[in-house]
Design a protein around this ligand. Structure first.
Ligand code: ATP
Ligand code: MG
Length: 382
């Protein structure tokens, strides 16, 4: 009767093929090969551990370095200001509590510091609080539009914000072209932006600079947002600005009650915040005297619970430097810091982390962060 093969019988069967004279040599070769394989894997593991340890040490070293090129706290005034001409008929946004709703611009001269990520997740937080949010994307790269539409499973994309600065259409018609963000953000709508906006902005700017435009380009958005239908349909407007003083950005500033400045806490990004604040301050008295800084929002910070010594140094430097431009001694919203997390970053362009960051535990993490950030920010607005 055939017994079921065991390892021993299989081995004996296999060895049966090898001539007896070769068996010791083959055995030695097999043993050496197995040993070499084990040794290689052990070495690989050791190398990986050493590298990981070195990475941690290097990161710690970099973090503990003092600021490299200390830069002046007070900058010389800006040299040219094409947007700075005296306005004849300025529009001042109604303040909150005075019949106005909060209009918050999220802006900074530096790119890639988390402006769009903050805007999208803040919108999701406010929407969840039952606030009806109107999102305006003024960056022709369309990241906010893409992110918000993707969260709501909508693929249609185009530039709807062109009409906000062309001064030709009434606000009711423009709002009709806004997109709902059902079911992700059931209370919110967005006016999207895409590459055709780049041309539209330049065209309007040139017409205004050459005196061809009849009205003041800078206040077109402000005029539209003052209309009653806006405060009837929405509780808050969030505007995602591009990293430059474009036609859209100037319109956003002139139409806003509040501004948020997100920044990474490194030396170069801090410099951008200071330059940006200087240039905004230079325009403020003429163009938007009522604009209030909610604060500078630290983004992509290294630790989940506190600043590293280096980040702390940058916070102090921003706080000191911004007194001259904003008048407040603690411009940095320390409590609204946003940690650097893959759960927050990986989703950008394909959805809003606050709504769905893939894994349930990632979504929970993003919500925890932006519930805190949203609360700190919105407390300053009410
Ligand atoms: N807290 C975070 N943790 C990890 N990654 C993040 C975080 N916030 C943003 N990112 C990532 O950093 C990149 C830049 O973010 P975001 O697009 O929000 O910046 P931005 O300031 O709007 O950029 P731009 O100036 O180009 O409009 C994105 O890839 C985003 O996913
Ligand atoms: Mg952006």
């Amino acid at each position: 009767v055939d017994a079921a093969p065991t390892i021993d019988s299989a081995w004996a069967w296999f060895v049966g093929f090898v001539p007896p004279g070769w068996q010791p040599t083959l055995g030695i070769i097999a043993a050496v090969a197995i040993l070499a394989w084990l040794l290689m894997n052990a070495l690989k593991l050791v190398f990986e551990l050493v590298r990981a340890w070195q990475d941690i040490r290097r990161k710690k070293q970099i973090e503990s370095l003092p600021p490299q090129n200390p830069f002046p706290t007070k900058l010389p005034p800006p040299r040219v200001g094409i947007w700075n001409a005296e306005p004849k008929d300025p529009i001042r946004p109604k303040q909150v509590g005075d019949g106005g709703i909060p209009v918050i611009t999220i802006a900074n001269m530096k790119g890639g510091v988390g402006k769009t990520t903050l805007t999208a997740n803040l919108a999701a937080y406010l929407d969840k609080q039952g606030k009806r949010v109107l999102l305006l994307d003024f960056d022709y790269q369309g990241s906010l539009s893409q992110t918000a539409l993707a969260a709501a499973n909508i693929s249609k994309m185009g530039s709807a914000v062109d009409d906000l600065i062309s001064g030709k259409k009434p606000i009711a018609a423009i709002l009709e072209a806004s997109q709902t963000l059902m079911p992700a953000l059931p209370n919110s709508r967005i006016l999207t932006c895409y590459y055709e906006f780049a041309d539209a902005e330049t065209y309007e700017m040139v017409r205004w600079l050459t005196g061809e435009a009849q009205d003041d380009l800078r206040f077109r958005l402000g005029r539209l947002l003052q209309e009653k239908v806006v405060s009837q349909q929405f509780d808050v407007v969030l505007i995602d600005a591009p990293p430059r003083f474009s036609t859209g950005t100037i319109n956003a500033l002139c139409a806003s009650t509040h501004i948020l400045i997100p920044t990474v806490l490194d030396q170069m990004s801090a410099e951008a915040v200071i330059y940006f604040s200087r240039d905004v301050a230079a325009m403020r008295s003429k163009l938007f005297p009522g604009l209030r800084l909610i604060g500078v929002v630290p983004t992509m910070v290294h630790q989940a619970s506190e600043f590293t010594p280096r980040e702390r140094g940058v916070v102090n430097h921003i706080n000191q430097s911004l007194v001259a431009y904003w008048g407040q001694t603690k411009a940095v919203l320390e409590k609204a810091f946003i940690p650097r997390k893959n759960a927050i970053g990986d989703i950008s362009g394909i959805g809003i982390g606050y709504i769905d960051a893939g894994l349930a535990k990632n979504t929970r993490l993003v919500r925890e962060v932006f519930d805190r950030v949203g609360r700190v920010i919105y407390d300053q607005v009410k």
